[in-house]
Design a protein around this ligand. Structure first.
Ligand SMILES: [Zn+2]
Length: 255
């Protein structure tokens, strides 16, 4: 048994018994961790609002060996991301980012870069105008995929390595990147990628999330990047996998 302390982002929570919940955190030092927060649903709980989904908190928990649910002893809010929680649209985008992270982050395996990436992304959702939410989500997804080992190839054909010059291309959802004309037939799940969408995704490289947000790409281009990356996320997750927040976001955008 050890006492672990880390910054964390709250990914998910479920009620157990009357007054407690099990909270799934993405922690900076220990990766994805589940912990029982006893009494957290009581009024005046010592945890306050630090266990709300999307909150950046500092937590201390007792880690029990060979157990997958540990015991939370302390949690305090570092950043509540109040603007995200108060705005319906921001919440829909940020929840999608969080739910996809929850699926891709391995259990109890640290990935500090990924942790910093989600915190910086939530900060940009918090500060973003509604028109910028799409580009923030697209840039978030692309970098997240790289950080968990699924980064799509955007400059060279993912099958044969031939350089893909500027212009429209095809994206192989099964192959995990752009395809040259000779290879496009070898992926039964290839979709068309507009030149400006490809260009936008390439432009994210080396930029901070703040620079991405301030870039202001045309709405249709940002949406195109989001659509291709969420289609790829679904392809990686496999058939039948559902991302509820993403389904919700897609319905919301189209109404
Ligand atoms: Zn090729």
């Amino acid at each position: 048994m050890g006492i672990n302390r880390s910054e964390a982002v709250v990914l998910r929570a479920r009620k157990v018994r009357d007054t407690s919940k099990i909270v799934v955190f993405f922690t900076k030092r220990f990766g994805k961790v589940s912990a029982m927060a006893k009494g957290s649903l009581r009024p005046k709980s010592k945890f306050g609002s630090s266990l709300e989904i999307l909150t950046h908190s500092l937590i201390i928990y007792y880690a029990k060996e060979n157990r997958n649910v540990h015991t939370l002893s302390h949690s305090e809010t570092l950043n509540p991301f109040s603007e995200v929680k108060a705005d319906f649209a921001k919440l829909a985008y940020a929840s999608t980012a969080i739910e996809i992270l929850e699926r891709f982050a391995p259990v109890e395996e640290p990935n500090e870069e990924l942790f910093d990436h989600i915190v910086l992304t939530l900060r940009e959702f918090d500060a973003a105008a509604r028109d910028d939410l799409e580009v923030v989500l697209a840039a978030y997804l692309l970098r997240m995929l790289h950080l968990v080992g699924y980064g799509p190839s955007l400059s060279t054909c993912v099958r044969c390595g031939r350089k893909i010059d500027d212009g429209a291309a095809s994206f192989g959802l099964l192959s995990g990147g752009v395809l040259c004309p000779a290879c496009v037939g070898r992926d039964i799940n290839a979709v068309e990628l507009d030149a400006d969408v490809l260009e936008l995704m390439r432009s994210f490289e080396g930029k901070t999330m703040k620079q991405v947000r301030k870039k202001s790409a045309p709405a249709a281009t940002s949406r195109g990047a989001c659509d291709i990356l969420t289609a790829f996320v679904r392809a990686v997750m496999g058939e039948g996998a559902r991302v509820k927040s993403l389904d919700f976001l897609e319905r919301m955008r189209d109404t």
